[in-house]
Design a binder for this molecule. Structure first.
Ligand code: NAD
Length: 475
């Protein structure tokens, strides 16, 4: 049992001031994996005081010092590779290969990128009539979801360190243990005490406490739109800046000249990677009407090439959903889909032989209308929808007919058409033909997918205030 009942405040692991604990469940076994403390307002207060006290010196730390801390974190992170992979497989149910190639790798990528971005970053610029200074925004509250335990925390922490902004991290209580390893790594990296704090607990106490705290200057939140709205409302009371990384229902636009097999693979990997629990997953697949039959056959034929099951078994690429709640939500959407569209493969219930664990059947709906519930709401599971189009401009219009705008995908050959679709989709990140991820590429949403950008130099900017000095004497 992993019982880690302490919070990390002011450079020390300290007891919670309250007796309440939260159980963490292994989604593959449905067994209790361990417990964390459900932090109190008093715990949060201690963390805010520590961050506030660290602020004056930390915000004036040099670029070289920050680069060194980030490099030390990279080293520490690499040294704990096996442990991080193991813990994410336990708490999230991610297959070992996914914990390694996706989760471990992405967390590391953000720290490495921060070293690079910071090396080229300028905190002061002579703009003719004035000097522009970029200064730490102050104490920042970081609230993260469960679906990427290291990626979400790492991108925020790395940017905050690069900017010299002290933080209080509240990880998701479903997946807190990887974040606690991160705290240990940061502790050993020489980051000044009080600059990084971690308080575990519920959204209603710690999350709410962060967004409404008068001594926190900025909240960076990743999670659902429902909670994002609450955070924005709370933050309004103290005119706090908020960055919101919210949900999505991203389109995959398949062009007439696309290779059907490649397009089908893109569609499947979007719902099978991390069991479809990915905010930027492409879950509305727009295909030309003329491709319908061949695409449907190909996608069904290829689905078994993404094996699902026990995350600790060799060769498995898709594990269970994170929790019973998430499983119930996915089931209710599949039920709705069965009424709204044609079920091509999958359906409700657990897959045969996987009765223990929160496993859902990979499910593909076809004959889907873009205005149906399954095409408009984020399902966050291994479920996708196929929507046909006659004319590419209609496909683009439907792709944009969504309250979300986080990501978009386009698959095909003609460069001009690929460019046209990429620039027409109203989303913060577009992938053309499954291009590789660049950790310096800004990540964030248009419309109700959020406010602000993370990753690389844009991520660092979030943790900075802008000051214009007129008449600055030269040094
Ligand atoms: P969630 O909104 O339920 O929880 C996210 C975090 O907010 C958790 O730490 C939770 O404890 C906390 N929280 C809950 N209530 C709160 C409150 N009242 N005040 C402050 N904090 C509170 O989301 P989730 O279920 O953990 O994650 C899934 C959602 O996250 C999906 O909608 C997904 O699309 C989104 N997401 C977005 C991105 C992105 O970068 N855009 C990335 C990953 C996940």
């Amino acid at each position: 049992m992993r019982n880690q009942l302490k919070h990390y405040i002011n450079g020390e692991w300290i007891e919670s001031t309250g007796p309440e604990t939260i159980e963490v469940i292994n989604p593959a076994t449905e067994q209790v994996l361990g417990e964390i403390s459900s932090g109190t307002e008093e715990d949060l207060e201690k963390a805010v005081k520590a961050a506030r006290a660290a602020f004056p010196a930390y915000s004036r730390s040099t670029k070289e010092e920050r680069i060194q801390w980030l490099k030390n974190i990279v080293k520490g992170y690499e040294a704990r590779k096996d442990e991080l992979i193991d813990v994410m497989t336990d708490e999230l149910g991610a297959p070992l290969s996914v914990s390694d190639e996706v989760h471990y790798h992405m967390g590391l990528g953000h720290f490495k990128q921060a070293v690079e971005s910071l090396s080229d970053f300028s905190f002061s610029e002579d703009r003719g009539g004035h000097t522009l200074l970029k200064e730490s925004i102050g104490v920042s509250g970081l609230i993260t979801p469960w679906n990427f335990p290291t990626n979400q925390a790492s991108t925020k922490i790395a940017s905050a360190i690069a900017a010299g902004s002290p933080v209080i991290l509240k990880p998701a209580s479903k997946t807190p243990f990887a974040a606690m390893i991160l705290a240990e790594i940061i502790d050993e990296a020489g980051v000044p005490k009080g600059a990084f704090n971690l308080v575990n607990g519920s959204g209603s106490v710690i999350g709410n406490g962060i967004s409404s705290h008068h001594d926190i200057d900025f909240v960076s939140f990743t999670g659902s739109g429902t909670v994002g709205k609450k955070i924005m409302k709370n933050a309004a009371e103290t005119i706090k800046k908020v960055a919101l990384e919210l949900g999505g229902k991203s389109p995959i636009v398949v062009l007439e000249d696309a290779d059907v097999e490649k397009a089908a693979k893109t569609a499947i990997s979007n719902i099978m990677t991390n069991t479809g629990q990915v905010c930027s997953a492409g879950t509305r697949v727009f295909i030309p009407q003329s491709m319908k039959k061949s695409f449907e056959k190909t996608i069904v034929d290829l689905l078994p090439t993404f094996p699902y099951g026990d995350p600790r078994k060799e060769g498995i690429v898709t594990g269970p959903l994170v929790s019973k709640d998430q499983w119930d939500t996915v089931q209710s959407y599949i039920k709705k889909g069965e009424k709204e569209a044609t079920l091509l493969v999958g359906g409700t219930g657990k897959p045969e032989g996987l009765e223990t664990g929160y496993y859902a059947k990979p499910t593909i709906f076809t004959d889907v209308s873009n205005d149906s519930v399954i095409a408009q709401e984020e399902i966050f599971g291994p479920v996708t929808t196929i929507i046909t189009y006659e004319d590419l401009e209609d496909a683009i219009e439907m792709a944009n007919d969504s309250v979300y705008g986080l990501a978009g995908f386009v698959v095909g050959k003609d460069p001009e058409t690929l460019r046209h679709v990429a620039s027409s989709i109203r989303s913060g990140r577009i992938k053309v033909n499954d291009a590789n991820t660049d950790f310096n590429g800004p990540f964030g949403g248009y419309k109700q997918s959020g406010i602000g950008r993370e990753w690389g130099d844009f991520g660092i900017e979030e943790y900075l205030e802008i000051k214009s000095v007129h008449g600055m004497p030269s040094a």
